[in-house]
Design a protein around this ligand. Structure first.
Ligand code: ADP
Ligand code: MG
Length: 359
């Protein structure tokens, strides 16, 4: 039994399916069906007052897509599907739905998923948002990769290689991979599942999503791909995206779409000026509040003070990592020993930030 009354709205294009879903919900004590609306109306968000949306699965190719329906409804959504396979679940959950119910179903099964959907709704309201962090630098060799790797290790986050570098993270970490992000550029709706399938697991436990293999492929990624990727990553656990030198539109798009962007600069005037230009570009595409600076390779002898860097770049400093060639040479040699990564100095510098990355 569900108490008090749960008001359900049925969203279905097919009137027969709409009637079947209505009958199912009507048979369940404690549930009130407030109406049946067409998908386009749901996408537009013009809904009667209700607590849960029951969405007929539009299928992989149907329009509007499930994601648009869930977003348009703006309340906990349950997807009802005639042929629900593993793919349907992945697609539905990636789209933000709370549960999937295969049809035909008995009213009790709907009761179970409604409880699941409304309980998950209460939890979701209290769980902190902001799970995708992009790390990028205004020029190569600044420390984007070493910082992203350290944050991912400390936070237990998935590391996503969007740097477009010839030297891929997978190779650096000694992982072999069959697929990369570039293979996923056209999968559209099933992106989250595809990302999950492309991920490789390093023996130390780090999950890595291999990036586009080289600059040509990074440059050829279609517009919107990186933003969709970030949205799908958000549906999973915490993720850190290595957006490299921000040289590719797709890398910058990922950084602008992420919940926070960390711009790595070294403490010298050219790096700070380049950092400011990168921050300005990102702020135009996303929001300036989400951008902070990481000062890398800092020492007392540095050309600029921390205050000077913050002033030049125009956003606050999130962390300061000292110059420590001994600890970081492993990366320069192309052999990062992950079981010993990050070293003590980097750990101390990035610990607080890592706690934000993985709330
Ligand atoms: N804090 C640091 N102290 C000393 N060397 C560093 C530091 N951070 C990075 N490095 C070195 O700089 C090189 C470039 O770093 P990397 O993270 O690959 O830069 P990017 O990804 O921005 O090109 C690495 O080989 C690493 O050894
Ligand atoms: Mg790099």
């Amino acid at each position: 039994m569900i108490a008090p009354v749960v008001r359900c709205l049925v969203v279905a294009a097919d009137p027969l399916l709409g009637a079947e879903m209505t009958a199912l919900a009507d048979d369940l004590p404690g549930v009130q069906v407030v109406g049946v609306v067409a998908p386009l109306r749901a996408v537009a968000g013009r809904l009667p007052p209700c607590d849960v949306a029951l969405l007929a699965d539009p299928g992989e190719r149907g329009g509007p897509a499930l994601r648009q329906l869930v977003a348009g409804c703006g309340r906990p959504a349950v997807v009802l599907a005639r042929s629900a396979g593993v793919d349907t679940y992945r697609r539905a959950l990636a789209a933000g739905a709370r549960a999937v119910l295969p049809l035909p179903a008995v009213p009790a099964a709907l009761g179970d998923v409604l409880v699941e959907a409304t309980v998950a709704g209460a939890n979701a309201a209290t769980s902190p948002a902001g799970r995708v962090t992009a790390v990028l630098a205004a020029k190569g060799g600044t420390g984007a990769t070493s910082t992203a790797l350290a944050l991912a290790r400390l936070a237990g986050a998935t590391l996503v290689d969007m740097s477009g570098s010839w030297a891929s993270l997978a190779a650096l970490l000694g992982c072999r991979s069959e697929r990369s992000l570039a293979d996923l550029a056209h999968v559209g709706e099933g992106l989250a599942a595809a990302v999950a399938s492309a991920a490789i697991e390093h023996p130390c436990g780090l999950r890595l999503v291999p990036g586009p293999a080289g600059p040509e492929i990074a440059a050829a990624l279609p517009g919107g791909f990186a933003a969709a990727l970030v949205r799908d990553l958000r549906a999973g656990g915490p993720a850190v995206v290595d957006a490299g030198g921000g040289a590719f539109a797709a890398s910058r798009e990922a950084a602008a779409a992420a919940d926070r962007a960390l711009v790595v600069v070294t403490p010298d005037a050219p790096a700070a000026a380049a950092g400011r230009d990168l921050v300005t570009t990102l702020a135009r595409a996303g929001s300036a509040d989400a951008i902070r600076v990481i000062v890398n390779r800092w020492s007392r002898r540095s050309e600029l003070s921390l205050r000077g860097i913050a002033r030049t770049v125009g956003v606050p400093i999130a962390a300061v990592v000292r110059d420590d060639a001994d600890a970081l040479d492993a990366l320069a040699d192309g052999r990062a020993r992950l079981d010993r990564w990050p070293g003590r100095m980097q750990t101390v510098a990035l610990r607080e930030l890592a706690a934000e990355v993985s709330p």
